[in-house]
Structure formats: structure tokens, C-alpha cells
Write a protein that binds this ligand. Structure first.
Ligand code: GLC
Length: 537
């Protein structure tokens, strides 16, 4: 924290998730690498971000794109070396950019030495590092379903027991009830914190514990296919998580200014569960991802309801974060594509993400309105896509190579990229947008700079204002400073009256110049207009 201004990087700053394999390739193998991210730090600093969340970079057989870790303390060679990582960290810090690493410790890869030992015999000292059980009535011990479908239990022929996996069967779950496992994970956290990293994004944090009594999950139609049509009563959010979170937090608190953000994967439990992981006093995870915005259909009232519901659940001393896209869901520019209006929609969303209450997490390429790539059967890398094609095509589309320019391979690599580029890269790319004053990229840059300048926008109170149902409007107040946003999510002209009443001046907008006055009383808002106003002095 900067003690002069009260600026806390993970609360008030802007974070950007980067998928390392798709950012920038410096060794011409078609895959992005750590040196590539270092090479683009000036771009990221110019964009104005405060932190990078790096997708997983540890050694891994890549069956789940690195979310299957084979060694927590080494870097996968595809990304480079430990030295490359340390260089990235050092260069990022020079530019006041923080580094958040993915911590994937609900499970390991089945290629991790721990699991190899664990499955080698029932008497192995590491047997209990994973969750092993005898069969029940000739079948699996419970009816529990994995997140990708099928049973969570996999039979091990050699040792004649089942092991548990919440995700793929090549990702056995660690036994978090074993204190030696916990100690090892906490030491691994220290290993990276000692190197100077600034935080962790904790993968499927709410899955760490499972019911010890092995009770069956009840059937639930509304839970849908990805929850195996069951209510995950006994496989996530189990009692005991509180202690684990406290322990993880204590590790982070041994250091200064570090943080964690949890991926709290919920279905029918709803956002209240994500909020619970923050703790009543904000004493648990610093931030929790909540995915209502990612699942919202287009519409001001929908986004507004999702946000207001999320805010109402945040414990008094805790802090929300907001996200529109990530590596598991189609990009916003694809989800909300509307032909010629797509970029206008992306500007409205950008303004919302960057001026509402909470830490914004962007997804790389979001700032240029990058859509998903089109993936055909032969391109599929994601195991989920391989398993369920064509019903579920996997997550490769949103993990696509960054579009830097209109040159060969979009300037991402000199070689053929590991995943297909989007056809639109000759028009949608960083180089072109950098030179267009009204581009989405320049809009993001101006918004982030404005946010940085105005405490009302990054730490002010948040009050929603009355508006037409196609508009979201809200006021942010910090001491005497007041900012006011009017975001028209529709392609219609709509009447709006600023509340609280007063004289307002444009700070930033899509249709009016900075400094223009917006009168008292009703005025017309243009289709997809973004207006960020300031109370006139
Ligand atoms: C998380 C990750 C996802 C991964 C899964 C299993 O949901 O975001 O990409 O496949 O966990 O680790």
C-alpha cells in the first residue's frame, strides 16, 4: 500500500489475466513464452495496468493446459527458464506491475512424483497425500460427479482402490486433510513469495475438502450437465475450508502487500458462496472471483442486477472484484457480438468494468475487442473439447494468440501459432488501434488513466442511480469528489436525468468531449453512449 494516498494495488489497480502460451512468442516455436511477456511489459505499462495474473507456467504434461502440475517449483520449458521468470518479475516490478501466479493445488497431475509414489502401493508414505477409498458394493464409493462429467472416482487396478479427481482423471485431488500436504503447499507458496511474486490466483479453491463420511450428493435437475445433475453438497464448500483459508492467508501475511484471489466455482450456491470466502472481516481470501457477469446475457438491467446482488453480499470489510472474460468462457467480444455495434458494446462494458466498485480483472486482448478464434476439430488442444466435440468444443477459442499487428501470424510469432488466429486480425490488432484516436484500445487507455487519477473511481462509495432499464448509472463519491457514470446498453436514444441533481462536466465519453457541460434535468443519451461525468467545481 502507498501510505500517502491509501492506494492498494490489488484493490484499486487494474489486473490483466495473460494466457502465457498466447501472448508473444520470442523463440519462434509458435507458442508464447515468458520472454515474450517481458518484451511486452512496456505495452502493458502504457495500457496502465497494475498487475498481471499469469496462467499456469509450472512443469506439466499439459493435459489440462498446465492446470495439471507435475512440479510446483519448476517452469515448463515451453515458457522458458526460472531465470526468464525472475527477469519477468524484476522487469514487471520496475514498471510497478505486480505478478499474480496461478496456484493449482486442489489437484496435481498424475505425472507428479507425489502421485506416482502414492499409487505405487497402499503402504507408501505418500498414499494418504491423495484421496483413496475401497469400492462400495463393487462400484465407486459415492455417486460424486467430476466437473467434466463422469464419476470423480477412478479405479487403480494395481492397488485395487479408487482415487478421487474433481476434474480430469489425470488430475488426482490432493488430500487437504493431511497436514503434511498442507505444509508442503504452504512452503511452495513461500518459495514463490520469497522470489518476490505478489500474489496467487487459487484454482477451484472451494473444492479442496470433500465429505469424510462419503455421503452421496442429491440429484438436482437445475444443477445441469456440468455439475452432473447433482447438488454438490458433499464435494465443495465443506466445513474446514475456513481453517485452510486462514492458514493460507497467514502465509501471505508473513510478507508485505501480497494477496490471493480465489476461484470459487459455484452453481446453485450462488454468489453468496463466493462472498463467504472473503470472510466476515475480510480475513480470508483478499478477493473472490464471481462469475455472474461472465454468464450475463446482454442488457443493462441484467448486468446491473448481477452487480447489485454481488455488492449486497460483500461483507463490510471485504472488497469485490469483477471480471468479464477469462480462459474458460468465450470472450466478451464473441458473447456480445452485434455486427457493427460490437465495438460500441465493448466500450460500454469497458466503462462499466473500470468504473464500478471493485478490482477489475481484464482478459488479455479484451482491450482491442479480440473475439474468440474459430476452432475446428483438428485444432482442438483442450481435453474437454477432445472429450465432448462437437457438443462442447472446449476452451481453445478464448485462449487464442494475441493480435499485435496485421503482419504474418498477427505479429504473435514467426512460426505458425499453436492455436489458430482469428480471421479478423488484420483489422483488430494493437498496432492499428494504437493509431486510431477513437479505438477501443485508446478508450481503455484513457479510462484506466482516468481511473488512476480519480480516487472516486477506484475507492469511492458506490450508489446506483435511477435510470431507464437499458441504462446503468451510478455515482462514486470520495470526500468532496464525485464521479457519475451513464452507460447506455441499447441502440436507442434515451432520456436521462442525473441523480443526484447538479451541474456535471464530462470527464470522458464516447460522444461528447471532455469538459462539456451536461445540464440539469432531462437530456438525451445517444445509442451506446458512455458518459463519465464529474460534479462541476
Ligand atoms: C479451473 C481453471 C480451469 C481448469 C480447472 C481445473 O476452473 O480455470 O481452466 O481446467 O480449474 O484445474
Amino acid at each position: 500500500m502507498n501510505s500517502d494516498t491509501g492506494y492498494v494495488w490489488w484493490k484499486h489497480g487494474v489486473m490483466c489475466e495473460i494466457w502465457p502460451r498466447s501472448y508473444y512468442d520470442t523463440n519462434s516455436d509458435g507458442s508464447g513464452d515468458l520472454k515474450g511477456i517481458t518484451a511486452k511489459l512496456d505495452y502493458l505499462a502504457d495500457l496502465g495496468i497494475d498487475g498481471i495474473w499469469l496462467g499456469p507456467i509450472n512443469a506439466s504434461p499439459m493435459v489440462d493446459s498446465g492446470y495439471d502440475v507435475a512440479d510446483y517449483r519448476t517452469i515448463h520449458p515451453i515458457y522458458g527458464s526460472m531465470q526468464d521468470f525472475e527477469d519477468l518479475l524484476c522487469e514487471a516490478h520496475k514498471r510497478s506491475i505486480h505478478i499474480i501466479m496461478d496456484l493449482v493445488v486442489n489437484h496435481t497431475s498424475d505425472q507428479h512424483a507425489w502421485f506416482k509414489e502414492s499409487r505405487s502401493s497402499r503402504n507408501n508414505p505418500r498414499r494418504d497425500w491423495y484421496i483413496w477409498h475401497d469400492s462400495k458394493g463393487g462400484g465407486p464409493p459415492t455417486n460424486w460427479k467430476a466437473l467434466v462429467g463422469g464419476s470423480t472416482w477412478e479405479w487403480d487396478r494395481a492397488t485395487r482402490q479408487y482415487f478421487l479427481h474433481s476434474f480430469l482423471k489425470t488430475q488426482p485431488d490432493l488430500n487437504w486433510r493431511n497436514t503434511a500436504v498442507r505444509k508442503e503447499i504452504y512452503d511452495t507458496m513461500r518459495f514463490w513469495l520469497d522470489k518476490g511474486i505478489d500474489g496467487f490466483r487459487c484454482d477451484i479453491l472451494n473444492y479442496f475438502l470433500k465429505d469424510e463420511q462419503l455421503r452421496n450428493n442429491p440429484f438436482s435437475l437445475s444443477a445441469g450437465p456440468f455439475n452432473g445433475f447433482q447438488k454438490h453438497l458433499y464435494t465443495r464448500n465443506q466445513p474446514g475450508m475456513y481453517d485452510i483459508l486462514k492458514e493460507m492467508r497467514a502465509v501471505l501475511d508473513e510478507y508485505q502487500d501480497r494477496m490471493m484471489v480465489g476461484e470459487v466455482y459455484v452453481a446453485e450456491e450462488g454468489p453468496s458462496m463466493a462472498a463467504a470466502y472473503l470472510g466476515d472481516e475480510g480475513e480470508l481470501s483478499h478477493l473472490s472471483f464471481e462469475f455472474s457477469l461472465v454468464f450475463c446475457k446482454w442488457g443493462a438491467h441484467r448486468f446491473s442486477d448481477a452487480l447489485m446482488n454481488w455488492y449486497s453480499l460483500i461483507p463490510p470489510k471485504a472488497w469485490p472484484c469483477n471480471v468479464l472474460s477469462n480462459h474458460d468462457r468465450p470472450r466478451a467480444a464473441t458473447r456480445y457480438a452485434a455486427g457493427e455495434d460490437t465495438v460500441k458494446r465493448m466500450k460500454v462494458l469497458a466503462a462499466m468494468l473500470l468504473t464500478v466498485w471493485g478490482t477489475p480483472f481484464m482478459y488479455y486482448g479484451e482491450e482491442i475487442g479480440m473475439p474468440n478464434s474459430r476452432i475446428t476439430r483438428k485444432d482442438v488442444m483442450d481435453t474437454v473439447g477432445k472429450m465432448y466435440w462437437p457438443i462442447v468444443k472446449g476452451r481453445d477459442g478464448e485462449r487464442n494468440p494475441m493480435q499485435w499487428n496485421d503482419g504474418p501470424h498477427a505479429g504473435f510469432s514467426e512460426a505458425r501459432p499453436w492455436l489458430p488466429l482469428n480471421d479478423d486480425y488484420s483489422e483488430t490488432n494493437v498496432d492499428i488501434q494504437m493509431n486510431q484516436p477513437t479505438s477501443l484500445l485508446n478508450f481503455y487507455r484513457r479510462l484506466i488513466a482516468l481511473r488512476r487519477e480519480k480516487p472516486a473511481l477506484y475507492m469511492g462509495s458506490f450508489e446506483k442511480s435511477p435510470s431507464h432499464s437499458d441504462i446503468i448509472s451510478y455515482c462514486r463519491t470520495y470526500h468532496t469528489e464525485q464521479a457519475y457514470a451513464v452507460l447506455n446498453f441499447s441502440d436507442n436514444r434515451l432520456a436521462h436525468t442525473c441523480t443526484p441533481d447538479g451541474d456535471w462536466t464530462v470527464l470522458l465519453g464516447t460522444h461528447r468531449s471532455a469538459g462539456a457541460a451536461v445540464g440539469r434535468g432531462s437530456f438525451e443519451v445517444y445509442p451506446y453512449e458512455v458518459l463519465i461525468l464529474e460534479r462541476s467545481k
